[in-house]
Structures are given as structure tokens and as C-alpha cells.
Design a protein around this ligand. Structure first.
Ligand code: AMP
Length: 148
């Protein structure tokens, strides 16, 4: 089996975001791997910012919606003890930013939930499918059921 050194977990803020993050922490600890986390903002408009698409997590934002999303992200990151330098909050299209960051950071395992905001109706969420298709490293899906 591959000895993973750098793991990236992709979280949304659905009911399952915490669960996926916890599972990723467990796997990272098992492999003694570095754990990175990404959330892609695809549902709020991008304000006029000098930062490009990467959002700094230290310091408050003028934009209330952005501040709410930052707080949710920080809460999950803190809960699973991901160090600030490995937290990535980025604007864009989830599957594109997840695969782009995985290449940039030389990630060898991406962890996504099987479902997210698009619900459990589909067999597998569209983000998970697209990441599996486009990633150049291993991808693990945490199987999520309605009773979790
Ligand atoms: P979905 O395609 O929305 O059903 O989501 C499936 C999985 O993709 C989720 O459990 C997350 O792991 C990941 N994901 C979905 N949306 C995002 C997002 N905006 N940022 C980061 N990861 C996401």
C-alpha cells in the first residue's frame, strides 16, 4: 500500500463536512501524513479584493457573508487540528480548485465526501465524481449515508 505523505481533504458546509474532516484526520494520523484542507467558495459573490482568489483567514472581513463562511471553515479546521498554514479557502469551481491545489502542493491523496450540498439523492455527488476523474493522485471518497 502507498504510504501517503500529504493528504488534502475537501470540505463543504453541508451536514457532512465535519464527518469528512474527522475521517481525514484519522487517516492522516494513521499514515503520519501532513493534512491540508480546502473549501471552495462557489456560492457567494466575489467582493472587490486585492487578494486574488485566495482568502487570508487571519483578520476580519468587511463582507458579512464571507466572514460567516470563514468562521465555519475555521471552526471545522480547529476541530480536527489542521494547522493554519495548511488551510485553503479559495474562490472558484470546487473540482477545479481541488485538483489545482493538489498538483500545486504535491498532494498524494485527496479525500472527498461521496455526497454534499447536492444531497443523497444522486448515487455520488458531482464534485466527488469530477475530482476522481480529473485528479492525478489517489482519491478516497468517504461514504455518507442519511443516518450519519
Ligand atoms: P457534492 O458534489 O456537492 O455532493 O459534494 C461531494 C463532496 O465534494 C463533499 O462531501 C465535499 O467533500 C466536496 N465538496 C463539495 N463542494 C465543495 C466545496 N465547495 N469546497 C470543497 N469541497 C467540496
Amino acid at each position: 500500500m502507498h504510504n501517503y505523505k500529504k493528504i488534502l481533504v475537501a470540505i463543504d458546509f453541508s451536514d457532512y463536512g465535519n464527518l469528512v474532516a474527522k475521517q481525514a484526520r484519522y487517516i492522516a494520523d494513521t499514515f503520519r501524513a501532513e493534512l491540508h484542507v480546502i473549501h471552495v467558495l462557489d456560492n457567494i459573490p466575489m467582493p472587490d479584493t486585492p487578494y486574488g482568489t485566495l482568502i487570508p483567514l487571519d483578520g476580519p472581513s468587511d463582507d458579512l457573508l464571507l466572514q460567516t463562511e470563514k468562521n465555519k471553515f475555521i471552526q471545522i479546521c480547529d476541530a480536527v487540528q489542521i494547522i493554519p498554514a495548511n488551510r485553503w479557502l479559495i474562490w472558484g469551481v470546487p473540482q477545479e480548485e481541488i485538483t489545482r491545489l493538489s498538483l500545486q502542493k504535491k498532494i498524494d491523496l485527496i479525500i472527498v465526501g461521496s455526497h454534499g450540498r447536492h444531497g443523497l439523492a444522486a448515487l455520488m455527488g458531482s464534485t466527488a465524481k469530477n475530482v476522481i476523474f480529473h485528479a492525478e493522485c489517489d482519491v478516497m471518497t468517504v461514504h455518507l449515508r442519511g443516518d450519519q
